[in-house]
Design a protein around this ligand. Structure first.
Ligand code: FES
Length: 106
């Protein structure tokens, strides 16, 4: 199963295993991972699932125009590795991903 690690500003981390084809926002909510809200349910219209991708063995498509637009409005500053976690899906069973969770989502 793909493994996701969410890292926080204080250095703490939480690793979960999820079924393939699960997006990172839904994985966080299903495992009660703090710091990911997912207010719009994955429509790329709220920005409350913002993460900074630190390391991934999965290849992601570049952000869609809608994701690009929403990343301009996130509560925490956008960085070059900013993504909306609802738009990221792990498709390989051996995928590993590390993301940093922003200090604020709203
Ligand atoms: S859940 Fe709203 S933008 Fe990702």
């Amino acid at each position: 199963m793909p493994r996701l690690t969410y890292v926080y500003e204080d250095g703490s981390r939480r690793t979960v295993e999820v079924a393939t084809a699960t997006n990172l926002m839904k994985a966080a909510l299903a495992h009660q991972v703090p710091g990911i809200i997912g207010e719009c349910g994955g429509a790329a219209t709220c920005g409350t699932c913002h993460v900074y991708v630190a390391h991934s063995t999965e290849q992601f498509a570049p952000p869609s125009p809608d994701e690009e637009d929403m990343l301009e409005w996130t509560a925490s500053e956008r960085a070059a590795n900013s993504r909306l976690s609802c738009q990221l899906t792990l498709t390989r069973a051996d995928a590993e991903l590390v993301v940093h969770v922003p200090s604020k989502q709203v």
